[in-house]
Design a protein around this ligand. Structure first.
Ligand code: FES
Ligand code: FES
Length: 152
């Protein structure tokens, strides 16, 4: 079966019903995607499929055949990663890759409500959402500033 993983075409021999989460972690060695509940409730296993955030513990591999999957290892999310560190948006870190991938769908100047909606399926037990929202706001601000500075 073929799919694109973080921009690279991959051919892999796995059972079509194997969970995408397991394929990523065990067959592809990308352990940045975390398992929390394993039941679609916590968002720790969030990845992007064709740019859309999905919980990989509920996705049989057959559903991503021929599609593009991005994980925290390949996502262009440096500004968000830096901001989560700077604003103490992560403590144990289990939820962090999923939070960052879910936050990638937000626009350049997200409102509180938009952030709440984007992260509604992502649970954090230790940091608290205020620090996470601060980190997202700071990252989006930094990205806007970088874009304004970029030569036309
Ligand atoms: S591990 Fe997938 S949603 Fe919790
Ligand atoms: S940082 Fe520990 S669950 Fe979010």
């Amino acid at each position: 079966m073929r799919f694109t993983l973080n921009g690279t075409d991959v051919e892999i021999d796995v059972h079509p019903m194997r969970r995408l989460l397991d394929v990523l972690r065990e067959d592809c060695g990308l352990t940045g995607t975390k398992e929390g509940c394993g039941e679609g409730e916590c968002g720790a296993c969030t990845v992007l499929v064709d740019g859309e955030a999905v919980v990989s513990c509920l996705v049989p591999f057959t559903q991503v055949e021929g599609r593009s999957v991005e994980t925290i290892e390949g996502a262009q999310a440096q500004a968000l990663q830096r901001a989560f560190m700077d604003h103490i948006g992560a403590q144990c870190g289990i939820c962090t890759p999923g939070m960052i991938l879910a936050a990638m769908s937000l626009g350049a100047d997200p409102t509180r409500k938009q952030m709440q909606e984007a992260l509604a399926g992502n649970l954090c037990r230790c940091t608290g959402y205020e620090a996470i929202f601060r980190a997202i706001r700071a990252a989006k601000r930094a990205s806007r500033t970088d874009a304004q500075r970029a030569p036309a």
